[in-house]
Design a protein around this ligand. Structure first.
Ligand code: AMP
Length: 519
């Protein structure tokens, strides 16, 4: 697979066909290719010798996709930042890249345009939305382009990091192309020119599944913005008549839709498959989907951002849901091998979609990424792993797992404090590192409240620094407001509880189990 060439081919073969649609507008394959070419030329002229990644800031506007493809065609990786990201996080990402080029791919009012510009004060160049639209419409291709290839980074997605700062996962052109080679076989084979429902923001790697699977097969992405996602009645109205064939979302989002009575096969008759990734697929969710969409496939996939979206697949059948037991995540794709650490049961992913590591973070990278000799890996894994076909980067996921007698993998929780809340990946220590920087907080810890095996919400436990903040509703509000400026709103704990001291275990460590009981 060569994803850029595929898009170019479709831009010639079906230039009028819609590649991407959202409530902000739509763009055809022909336009996508032409406009991204003009912008790529502009980026090349601006950045000259610098091959630094480019920040693309936005949400679900068609320009977002134009900018992604433009960056890669100019020979630079893109780093998507969603509009949900607060200024401090953006500053941390900008700083890590080092005076980046920032492209605004979302329409904003004049006032918030100024605000956004202030958020990006650390950038070297900032191109506003209207300029991007103009440039991509009437700019000239003035320079030869040398697009990203092979081991160049294609995109960099920043995710929560334990130090309180986000870390950028590098995904190369090879990683993405190798992933797509296999992903096209998902659900028994992705059909050409299908319609994909996109739920995830582009700063979350689940979105790579719908966007690039669609572009690789000449399909159309129907992208659902966050305001629409908050209003399931209007969401249903929007989705009906879109002809969705492949539904790509977190299970949490499917649960929200299942709360709508009309969400069934009569309402969305063209759905061939539900493709899930990013968090546990609860048995109950799968069961309800199978009942309401008897002719659609329900597919569970598993994998972290660090190994390009997902590396396993299984179709969930009615029989699998009968016992209300945790569901399997399936078998590894060809090109990937999965091993379990014999002592900790940690899932290790080895293969040709594993990232080369975190952007400009050699220490962090060496903690979880390593190089595995493919031969010895094959020998130690035995016959079960016969599908391994090369590639030797390996990643320690932090997930615990086991295989059943059929060779299907199961996820059994984490060996660390990373959680998934409504599909979002969060390191508890990330929130804690920010919590203790809030004025008036002496010490703090965060714990998750779990219901039916799933994280339902977060609670912050705080020891106040004297009376700098009050021990009441206002004090709690001050803390939550301060946190909202430091991290995306989904990371801000719902509850704040003031304590005189944090619980500790017999050997003096923070007692997280006790905190979870109190959360
Ligand atoms: P992300 O990098 O945001 O995709 O998050 C990756 C993490 O999500 C994995 O390491 C798992 O902890 C969790 N995860 C992803 N897919 C599944 C799944 N199908 N079942 C259970 N956990 C999952």
């Amino acid at each position: 697979m060569d994803i850029l060439r595929k898009i170019e081919e479709y831009a010639t073969a079906q230039s009028e066909r819609t590649a991407f649609r959202s409530r902000n507008g739509e763009i055809s394959y022909g336009e996508l290719w032409e406009r991204s070419g003009r912008l790529a030329s502009e980026i090349e002229n601006l950045m000259c010798d610098s091959r630094d990644p480019v920040i693309v800031y936005g949400h679900k506007d068609p320009m977002m996709i134009v900018c992604f493809i433009a960056c890669v065609r100019s020979g630079r990786a893109y780093c998507p930042i969603d509009i949900n990201t607060p200024a401090q996080r953006i500053a941390q990402i900008s700083e890590k890249i080092g005076k980046p080029l920032v492209i605004m791919a979302e329409k904003t009012s004049a006032a918030s345009e100024i605000e956004k510009r202030e958020m990006f004060t650390g950038s070297r160049w900032l191109i506003g939305y209207e300029t991007i639209r103009e440039l991509t419409k009437s700019g000239k291709i003035t320079t030869a382009l040398s697009p990203c290839s092979d081991e160049n980074d294609f995109y960099i997605i920043f995710t929560s990091g334990t130090t309180g700062k986000p870390k950028g996962v590098r995904i190369t052109v090879n990683d993405l192309n190798n992933y797509l080679d296999w992903a096209m076989s998902l659900a028994g084979g992705i059909e050409e020119r299908a319609v994909f429902m996109n739920q995830a923001p582009y700063s979350f790697d689940l979105s790579v599944m719908d966007l690039y699977l669609s572009l690789a097969t000449g399909g159309t992405v129907v992208s659902v913005d966050r305001l629409l996602q908050k209003d399931s009645y209007r969401l249903m109205d929007y989705l009906s008549g879109q002809g969705i064939n492949y539904w790509v979302s977190t299970p949490s989002f499917a649960d929200i839709c299942l709360a709508e009575e009309r969400f069934d096969a009569a309402f969305l008759p063209e759905v061939k498959a539900f493709l899930f990734c990013g968090e546990v697929l609860p048995c109950e969710t799968a069961k309800r989907l199978i009942k309401r969409f008897p002719d659609s496939k329900v597919i569970n996939t598993y994998g972290p951002t660090e190994s390009t979206v997902c590396v396993t697949e299984i179709q969930i059948t009615e029989e699998m849901t009968a016992g209300n037991e945790p569901l399997p995540v399936g078998k590894a794709r060809p090109g990937t091998r999965i091993e379990l650490n014999p002592e900790t049961s940690e899932i290790i992913i080895i293969g040709d979609t594993v990232s080369p590591g975190y952007y400009k973070e050699p220490m962090l990278t060496s903690k979880t990424f390593f190089f595995m000799d493919p031969l010895s890996a094959c020998e130690s894994a035995g016959a079960r792993q016969a599908t391994y076909s090369g590639g030797s980067r390996a990643y320690r996921t932090g997930d615990k797992g086991h295989f059943d007698e059929d060779g299907n993998l199961y996820c059994d929780g984490r060996i660390d404090n990373q959680i998934k809340l409504h599909g979002y990946r969060i390191e508890i220590e990330d929130i804690e590192a920010n919590l203790v920087t809030v004025y008036g907080v002496k010490r703090g810890a965060v714990a998750q409240r779990i219901r039916d095996g799933r994280v339902e919400s977060l609670t912050a436990f705080v020891i106040r620094d004297g009376d700098l903040i009050t021990d009441d509703y206002f004090g709690r509000k001050v803390i939550r407001t301060a946190l909202r400026e430091k991290m995306p709103s989904y990371m801000v704990p719902k509850r704040v509880i003031f304590l005189d001291e944090l619980p500790v275990t017999n050997n003096g460590k923070l007692d997280r189990k006790r905190l979870r009981e109190m959360a």
